[in-house]
Design a protein around this ligand. Structure first.
Ligand code: CA
Ligand code: CA
Length: 673
């Protein structure tokens, strides 16, 4: 039975949000939008941001932000002095020969032309949150955190809470956990709820009485302590939410053999379109909630195929084969329980092989048209694309179409440096090698950001942050000094209301962190183009005003800044072209270059058409081409198969690598005068 530990929670006592609480929230699995950039739509607006309600002021001051603390840079008077030397000795171990990647066995990737590297410690990816301890459990759940949309002033409004949500629950593996709770607003009305937490095998049940139940039966693999978070939404102001946490401890029962042996599980696989004659690689992950390692089989293994266990990840098997004829192959995957082989889980993986002719595109390639006008057309490259079935087609298509590339994730802090002194260079190195082989320029992304930070940075001492930030910038710029010509140095410093985000960087250095970051970047890479990258820059808003105030402040300080990145994650209702052009003109008037860095146009709204999408791509490109300081247009991916907003088909090619009207629109416009 579930053991409920009684404890008092002051539901109305909501403290000033603190970075460590937010760090905990950010570390929740479903609050981190993996493989994505900026605020994903799976989150409530504001979640995963700073949670700070009512931060006032524009970009001209820190309005009560923390004072700068030490580091190596004198920052008295709010304007950074010259940078001092980097921390000596270093705050974390510098990259060394131990971090250098190895050449990967050909059975594990789709590459054929250049060696593919792999990290000694396994592939990169966001590191798991720091495990919670018994002491954390004894301390109880974190305090609730208020999250507000921009412009929401909750003064005088009673905060919603959950009736029935326990702050701490302990149970044994094999038992069923039920958390039953009801959102309540003290001012009356109907409060709503939102649940970002989900564990395998869990479900939510609407009890038809206003309450919801979260049902979850943990097994041996789930032993440990974790946080369950639910958001209560205010009845009067839907832009006001409060995150409440239940801390859950799962222990083994005295007789673990009493726990039911449940079937294994295979992670879902999407269908893929590939090209006949290319190698197909698929990483298939099979797990067992009982904590054992399932056996994996493929009932109809193609001729000549290999199926081998991954060196570093025992739960992953890697299939590789070369389809020699057109047609769809439905691979039958079987995971067998380690202790009871008749206990199985089956799944399929569908691979549609088409002849090369099926991927020929009419007309000239985008990069040829762009090069003829001294322009860059680029894309964001999906991490480790060479480990997916369509990897060969992906890289050939990218090489044919683009003369600029940004790693979508490979250079983000949590990927490249997940633990102190642990560098995962393989994926960025592979992209650099591919780009050089194909004469594609590289645009590094993103050195200093509030998101996709590893837990060790979120938990770092405030006094060390300036040094850690500078070390990080220096190490990446030094490694890629000969290869990367542009860098997003600071990404998304401003909140939607124009205030500085209360990031770990702002917390430590105030607004000066932006200056310090750019100065370090210039010192480490004197010839690189240094960019400030931001989203929602195509509209009129307090944030855009604050962006210009930020630029003006940097320039008044003599801080090096070469360009502004307009991310432009658009939806099909976008039509504010005049504001886009005016904002670009404002940037140009400040003697800065403009880069459209992350363009995509999501077909989210009902009835939205690919023709409308194409028209937006074309108009945005036109405005860029008509602005002499606009140097490049990058889309955030190029095939709808690999997109952070894949469900809204936002890109140039469809999931089968066929051209969409958006592709043809860019092609047409690039070919015009
Ligand atoms: Ca209320
Ligand atoms: Ca089992």
């Amino acid at each position: 039975m579930t053991l409920l530990i009684p404890s008092r929670r002051a539901l109305h006592r909501v403290p000033t949000p603190r970075a460590n609480l937010l760090a905990g929230l950010l570390a929740l699995p479903l609050l981190v939008a993996c493989g994505s950039d900026s605020a994903d739509d799976g989150l409530p607006p504001g979640a995963g941001q700073t949670g700070g309600s009512a931060t006032s002021g524009g970009g001209d001051g820190t309005d009560g932000g923390p004072t700068t603390t030490g580091g190596d840079t004198g920052t008295s008077g709010g304007v950074p002095a010259e940078l001092g030397p980097l921390p000596s000795p270093p705050l974390t171990e510098a990259p060394s020969a131990d971090d250098e990647p190895l050449v990967q066995d050909g059975r594990f990737h789709t590459g054929t032309d250049i060696p593919v590297l792999v990290d000694r410690l396994g592939p990169p990816g966001p590191p798991p949150p720091t495990p919670l301890t018994e002491a954390d459990f004894d301390a109880g759940a974190p305090e609730p955190v208020v999250v507000t949309d921009p412009g929401v002033d909750a003064t005088g409004n009673g905060l919603p809470f959950f009736e029935g949500l326990e702050p701490r629950v302990a149970l044994r593996a094999g038992e069923l956990l039920e958390l039953r709770f009801q959102p309540v607003d003290p001012d009356g009305g109907v409060a709503d709820d939102f649940f970002p937490t989900f564990y395998r095998g869990a479900r939510y049940v609407d009890n038809d009485d206003g309450s919801t139940s979260f049902l979850w039966r943990p097994y041996q693999a789930d032993v440990g302590i974790r946080d369950f978070v639910a958001f209560a939404t205010d009845a009067q102001q839907p832009g006001l939410r409060v995150a409440y946490t239940t801390r859950i401890k799962v222990e083994l029962p005295s007789d673990p053999a009493s726990i039911e042996n449940v079937p294994p599980f295979i992670n879902g696989n999407q269908p893929y379109t590939v090209r006949v004659g290319d190698p197909v690689v698929a990483e298939i992950t099979a797990t067992d909630a009982n904590g054992t390692l399932p056996m994996l089989e493929i009932a109809n293994l193609p001729p000549g195929a290999t199926l081998v266990a991954d060196r570093d990840r025992p739960e992953v098997h890697v299939l590789r084969y070369v389809p020699d004829a057109a047609g769809t192959t439905v691979l039958e995957l079987i995971a067998r329980d380690a202790l009871e082989p008749s206990l199985t889980y089956t799944d399929t993986l569908s691979i549609d092989a088409r002849p090369a002719a099926a991927f020929q595109r009419e007309g000239a390639r985008l990069r040829e048209l762009a090069a003829a006008r001294d322009f860059r057309i680029g894309h964001a490259s999906s991490p480790r694309y060479y480990t997916r079935p369509d990897g060969a087609l992906y890289e050939d298509t990218a090489a044919a179409e683009f003369n600029l590339v940004t790693p979508e994730n490979a250079m983000k802090w949590d990927y490249v440096n997940p633990f102190p002194g642990d560098y995962r260079w393989a994926d960025p190195d592979n992209l650099v090698a591919w780009a050089k082989a194909n004469d594609v320029a590289l645009h590094g992304h993103a050195l200093v950001w509030y998101a996709q930070l590893p837990p060790w940075i979120l938990e770092s001492d405030v006094a060390d942050r300036e040094g850690l930030m500078r070390e990080h910038i220096d190490r990446l710029l030094t490694r890629y000094a000969d290869d990367v010509t542009l860098w997003d140095v600071v990404n998304e410093a401003l909140d939607d209301d124009g205030a500085y985000r209360r990031s770990v960087w702002f917390e430590a250095m105030g607004e000066n962190y932006v200056d310090i970051a750019f100065r370090q970047a210039r010192a480490s890479a004197p010839n690189a183009t240094l960019i400030y990258n931001e989203y929602d820059t195509e509209v009129s808003s307090p944030k855009v005003d604050a962006t210009f105030a930020l630029i003006d402040r940097l320039q008044a300080n003599g801080t090096p800044l070469d360009g502004i990145g307009f991310q432009m994650h658009l939806f099909s209702d976008f039509d504010d072209y005049d504001t886009l052009a005016a904002n670009m003109a404002e940037v140009a008037a400040r003697d800065l270059d403009i880069y459209i860095t992350e363009l995509d146009v999501s077909l989210r709204d009902e009835g939205a058409t690919e023709a409308e999408q194409a028209a937006i791509y074309e108009r945005v490109l036109s405005i860029c081409l008509e602005q002499p300081r606009c140097r490049a247009l990058q889309s955030w991916g190029f095939t709808d198969r690999h997109s952070w907003r894949a469900r809204w088909n936002p890109l140039l090619l469809d999931t089968s690598y066929q051209t969409k009207p958006a592709y043809e629109a860019l092609q047409r416009r690039l070919g015009e005068n």
